[in-house]
Structure formats: structure tokens, C-alpha cells
Design a protein around this ligand. Structure first.
Ligand code: MSP
Length: 647
């Protein structure tokens, strides 16, 4: 078993906005499965990352007034902080802007072109930028994307195409011969009947209307279509066709790609076909989970109903949040998020069922035996059923985790927790404690409870690593009794350890106090709304402080300044903002000799929509004072760090 491997991936996320609780679910699920496989003795490897190219990112970066790279760097930094906060123990974080990944994509594209799978043609059709998907006239019949319902744009450009249709029969054959390739199974029929059987069109795999992507190495006006850039991240991360550590032999094929239901199509049609064309084995499973929904439907920034996991993780316990999303999303189906449900999971499952079981067991062990149970263990009434339930929970948990059904696996653990709580009611240890002749029975009861908790600590570890460890620590479980092997039999808890009482695992959330706090927040919200109203009622020309704050200004050092050839007015500046460099074109050539400005610390607005002047991109505006005759560039008085905010 020790050498068995398990390679699991999450989708690589678009850093086009901050991630929400829905994205968090996939990554927490992958982390839980990885931890479980490691417990089982597998060499488990988890990959996550970001999908950073494409028209959508280019557009949001433009809107934010920054270069696409500067934009994604910033968001990726925040994503990594989120994963740290959620206690995600990934092995690799891949970015599609990594030079080694770019190398892989260029080499794959060239290989497929050389072998005749990719050819040059012209694309005429529809494109959904938010989904980065092509659609035919019939598919986008109403002018909207069939996936997300947002308007599609006409695309007409020279492009490369991938001969998907060539592989359609092989793909159907593969899917049919491997009934567990697409999970849950219902998705399999959807893919075959709705997408493959109606006929696969050749896929457009390059774009020329924007440039934020991997350039086609032999035709530089083209960038690779974002999905063809993204999907191979699963192998570029393992060093396929690049110079990274060579891990393909060790980990490929992937054991499972975890994906949301909206992108199963890409993972079970495009991706297997690319792999077939590259002569690589297909992943063992693609598991498509449902969405976390809110009252208004799917979470989306444009609808304004996103739930920020960072705020939740800071407000509640991280393990509780992990438990909540894992428990709530049942196999393949959608789940609903709302804070009341989260609080009810915390109060009922975690504080009440699990937390109380632990605190009662430890408290009684301390009270009746000074924390150390005697070595002799007597059996008796009610015990067989408890032991059976414990062993059943281990078996069920393993079965469901191996089938990626994490919610059911947790349900199996709570069966055991429920049974153990019932065992306390049945055996009434506080009554046994009153009678000296029943000390053996009392110690057996407490032993059985402690043993159940030891097993629970191993079973909850994957979903709630901190909690699993806390339970085992509180019970002073030695290392060799925290392993997967050790929970295959009942009775692994040693008798010579002493337990002491700790803080409750999960403090209860005071629902009434929460409701009061929410009520208090209401006036704040109203205040905000009335501020908005106030802004609407302002005299013409007057702005609020919030309006002013929209203009982002920063200090920059002039690295170079040159006249734009063929113009009298324009100067081209290269500016250092500390964490990035930018080019700005400014119409002030009549007032300055370019050399006079080099080295100066000037002030520039950085969130102005970038625009082209004489074909050259200008990413912001340099501020200057003008009295009708004289013009002077705004500089800062004395030394100042480049990039400092001007407020
Ligand atoms: N970049 C592509 C994936 C490329 S993989 C080679 C992408 N990115 S995404 O950021 O839009 O979505 C990433 C994942 O988050 C998808 O699996 C998507 O289904 C999932 N989710 C987005 N919203 C979600 C919910 N509300 N609930 C659950 N999962 C959700 O697609």
C-alpha cells in the first residue's frame, strides 16, 4: 500500500475576481480527500492553481487600469492567503503564466499541428467571454450563452482548429467501457447524449482579437484558446514537455479531477481528446459536483450575492466552515448556503454532538479516575452494539470517501457520535459512579467512549484537521494509535495515559446575540444607503469623499522619457511604481525637454481606462498644473517610495 499513488486536482481558478464560498468548497473537498488518502498510506499529491490568460482577464485588468500580469499577481496573492486560512495543504500551485507551463502549451500546440490534428481556418460564430466558450449559431440562438445566460459576442477571425470529430467515436467507446470515468453516472449520459452524439464540431483553438495568452510559437499573431491553455495544467505541473521536475511517471494518470458541474463538458470531452491526440492515458475519474447556491440562485459577482469565505473563516472556526461546506454538498447535487445553516451545524453537530461527547467523557474520567483509566476492561451490556457501530462507521467512511462522497462519509461518523451519546444515556455512568462495586463497569464504559472518540479523531481528521488533532491530543492518544490501521480494530486506546480537561472544541454560537448584532448592522446599512441617496442629491459639480476615493493616484519615478516619433506633443514615459512598471503617454512635450523629467518622483492616476495614443498603449495619466500658459508636472516634495498612494 505504501507505494500507491493518488493524484488529485482542483480546477485552476480564474483570478478575475475574489473567490467565493463555492470555489472554496472544491478546494476544501480536494484537501480532505488528499488527507484521507495520505492516512490510508497513499503517496497523495494535490494540485491547484490559477487560470490567468484570456479575454475575460484582459478586460477586467483594463477596467482596473492595470496590466493583466499586475492584476493577476495581486489576485493570486489573495487566493494563496485564502487557501492558507482554510488550511489547504496542496503540493503544488500552478499558474498558467508560469514560463514552464507556457512552454508545455506551445509544445503541445506545435505537436498537434505537426501531426495534422490542428489546422488553420476562419472562425465565424459566437463567443461568451465570461465562460470563455465558443457557441454555434443554433446553440446561441437567442443571442445568449446557453451555459450562463449572458449575451454572447460575434467572433469572426482567422483561427486554428482542432479536429475533435476525429476522436468522437474513440471517446464514446472509452466512456462506455469505463462507466466510472464520469461521476456521478447521470452526468455521463448528459455528455454523450447532449454533446458527443449530436456531433462534435472542430474546436477553435486560437484567438487573434486580443493578446493576453500563450502565443502560438509558429504564428505569433495568435494566442492559444484559454481552455487549451488551461486543461493541460494537470500535466504541465508534472513536467510534461517542460523542464520542471519529471513527475509524469510517478503520478499520471490523475486519479480524479474534481470539477463543478459547469465545466464537466470541458473535462470529459476536450481534455480526453487532447490526451488521446497526445497519446497519454486518460484520468481515472472526473467527478462533477453541484453548485453552492444562495437564495437568488448561483453565486456571482454581477448578481452581488457572493459569500466571502475570508470573512466567514475569520468570524467562525475554520474547521466548522470546512465541515459545513463538506456536509452540505451531497453527492453530485447542489447545496444551499446560508449563515443560519452554518450556525446550526456548529451548535448541533459540532458543539452539541461531538464537543459534548468529548467534554463529558473527559470530565467523568477525571472525576472518577483522576484522568487515568485502569488497565482492566470489562465488557457488558450495550457494548457490542457500540463496537459494531464504530467498526461500521470506519468501513462506511472509507467506502464513501473512496467514492468522493464526503458528505455521506461524514454522516457515517456522526452515526457513531450519535450512538456514543446514546450509550451514555443507556449506561448512566454517573449512577455507576455512586456505587463502588460498579467501578469496573464504569471504567469499561468510559474506556469504550474514549475509544470511540479516538476513532472519531482519526475519521474527522481529513475534513477538520485541527479538530481531529485536538481530540487526539486531549485524549493523549499516542502516535501509533492515530493511524488509519489503528482504527481497523476496536480497542487500540492504551490504558496508561492520563487525560486532562481542555477548552470546549466548538463554543456554541449565541443565536439571539447574533440576531441582535445583525439588527445593529442594519442602521449601518441604512447609513450607507442614505449616503448613496445624498450623493444623488448633490449640487452639480460637487462630489462626495467616496467619489474622490475612486480615483487612485500613486507616486512613480520616471525611468525614461522620450518624444513619441512623428508628434509634437506626446511624451512616452516609463514609470516605476515599486511593484510594477508602466508606460504612460502624456501630451506635455511642448513644456519639457524629456531629459529634465528623468529621475523625478511624479504623481499619476493609475485606474484610468488604458487607451492607445498613436497606436501606443497608455496605462494611466500624469498629473500636472496648468495656468493657461505654463504647465508643471506634479512632483512630491522630497524622497518618497515609488508606488506610495496619493490621497
Ligand atoms: N478556469 C476554469 C477552470 C479551468 S480547469 C482546467 C474555471 N474557473 S472558475 O474560477 O470559474 O471556476 C472554478 C471552479 O469553481 C469550477 O469547478 C466551478 O464549477 C466552481 N464553482 C464556481 N461557483 C461555484 C459555486 N457556487 N458552487 C460550487 N462550485 C462553484 O471554470
Amino acid at each position: 500500500m505504501a507505494n500507491k499513488k493518488f493524484y488529485i486536482t482542483t480546477p485552476i481558478y480564474y483570478p478575475s475576481s475574489d473567490l467565493h464560498i463555492g470555489h472554496t468548497y472544491t478546494t476544501v473537498a480536494a484537501d480532505a480527500l488528499t488527507r484521507f488518502k495520505k492516512q490510508q498510506g497513499y503517496d497523495a499529491y494535490m494540485l491547484t492553481g490559477t487560470d490567468e490568460h484570456g479575454q475575460k482577464i484582459q478586460k477586467v485588468a483594463e477596467k482596473a487600469g492595470v496590466s493583466p500580469k499586475a492584476y493577476v499577481d495581486e489576485v493570486v496573492g489573495r487566493i494563496k492567503i485564502l487557501w492558507k486560512l482554510m488550511n489547504i495543504d496542496y503540493n503544488q500551485f500552478i499558474r498558467t503564466t508560469d514560463p514552464e507551463h507556457v512552454k508545455t502549451i506551445q509544445r503541445i500546440f506545435k505537436k498537434l499541428y505537426d501531426q495534422g490534428d490542428i489546422y488553420k481556418g476562419r472562425y465565424e460564430g459566437w463567443y461568451c467571454t465570461p465562460c470563455e466558450s465558443f457557441w454555434t449559431e443554433t446553440q446561441a440562438a437567442d443571442g445568449v450563452c446557453p451555459d450562463c445566460g449572458r449575451p454572447v459576442e460575434k467572433a469572426s477571425e482567422e483561427a486554428y482548429f482542432f479536429k475533435m470529430s476525429k476522436y468522437a467515436d474513440r471517446l464514446i467507446d472509452y466512456i462506455e467501457k469505463h462507466p466510472d470515468f464520469i461521476l456521478p453516472e447521470a452526468r455521463k449520459n448528459e455528455m454523450i447524449n447532449n454533446f458527443i452524439k449530436p456531433g462534435l464540431q472542430d474546436l477553435c483553438v486560437s484567438r487573434t482579437s486580443f493578446d493576453w495568452g500563450v502565443p502560438v510559437s509558429f504564428d505569433l499573431g495568435h494566442v492559444v484558446y484559454v481552455w487549451i491553455d488551461a486543461l493541460p495544467n494537470y500535466v504541465s505541473a508534472l513536467g510534461y514537455l517542460n523542464d520542471k521536475d519529471q513527475l509524469m511517471d510517478k503520478y499520471w494518470p490523475a486519479d480524479v479531477h474534481l470539477v463543478g458541474k459547469d465545466i464537466i463538458r470541458f473535462h470529459t470531452i476536450y481534455w480526453p481528446i487532447i490526451l488521446m491526440a497526445l497519446d497519454l492515458p486518460l484520468p481515472k475519474h472526473v467527478y462533477g459536483h453541484g453548485w453552492i447556491l444562495l437564495k437568488g440562485g448561483k453565486m456571482s459577482k454581477s448578481v452581488g450575492n457572493v459569500v466571502d469565505p475570508v470573512a466567514l473563516a475569520k468570524k467562525y472556526n475554520v474547521d466548522a466552515l470546512r465541515y459545513h461546506v463538506l456536509r452540505e454538498m451531497t453527492y453530485g447535487a447542489d447545496g444551499v448556503y446560508n449563515e443560519d445553516l452554518l450556525i446550526s451545524h456548529i451548535n448541533s453537530d459540532l458543539a452539541n454532538d461531538l464537543g459534548n461527547l468529548l467534554s463529558r467523557t473527559v470530565a467523568m474520567t477525571v472525576k472518577y479516575f483522576g484522568g487515568t483509566l485502569p488497565a482492566e476492561k470489562a465488557d457488558g451490556e450495550f457494548d457490542d452494539d457500540l463496537k459494531k457501530t464504530a467498526m461500521q462507521a470506519v468501513a462506511d467512511y472509507e467506502k464513501y470517501m473512496d467514492a468522493f462522497d464526503i458528505s455521506r462519509a461524514l454522516e457515517a461518523v456522526w452515526q457513531l457520535i450519535g450512538r456514543a451519546n446514546k450509550y451514555i444515556d443507556e449506561t448512566q455512568p454517573w449512577m455507576l459512579g455512586k456505587d463502588d462495586s460498579k467501578r469496573d463497569r464504569l471504567s469499561a464504559v468510559l474506556y469504550n467512549l474514549t475509544e470511540c472518540l479516538r476513532i472519531v479523531s482519526v475519521l474527522v481528521f481529513a475534513a477538520m484537521p485541527v479538530t481531529g488533532k485536538r481530540i487526539a491530543d486531549e485524549l493523549c492518544v499516542p502516535d501509533d494509535a492515530r493511524t488509519w490501521e489503528s482504527v481497523q480494530t476496536f480497542g487500540g486506546y492504551p490504558s496508561d495515559v492520563t487525560v486532562t480537561r481542555h477548552e470546549p472544541l466548538f463554543p456554541r454560537i449565541d443565536v439571539k446575540a447574533e440576531a441582535k448584532a445583525k439588527q445593529k448592522e442594519q442602521p449601518q446599512k441604512q447609513k450607507k444607503q442614505s449616503k448613496k441617496k445624498e450623493a444623488q442629491e448633490l449640487p452639480e459639480g460637487i462630489i462626495t469623499i467616496d467619489d474622490f476615493a475612486k480615483v487612485k493616484m500613486r507616486v512613480a519615478t520616471v525611468l525614461s522619457c522620450k518624444k513619441v516619433e512623428g508628434t509634437d506633443k506626446l511624451l512616452r514615459f516609463s514609470l516605476d511604481f515599486g511593484d510594477e512598471k508602466r508606460q504612460i503617454i502624456s501630451g506635455i512635450a511642448e513644456y519639457y525637454a524629456p531629459a529634465d523629467l528623468i529621475g523625478k518622483n511624479i504623481v499619476a492616476c493609475i485606474n484610468l481606462k488604458p487607451r492607445k495614443m498613436r497606436g501606443i498603449l497608455s496605462e494611466g495619466m500624469i498629473l500636472s498644473a496648468f495656468d493657461g500658459q505654463n504647465l508643471k508636472v506634479l512632483t512630491v516634495d522630497g524622497d518618497m517610495t515609488p508606488g506610495a498612494a496619493v490621497e
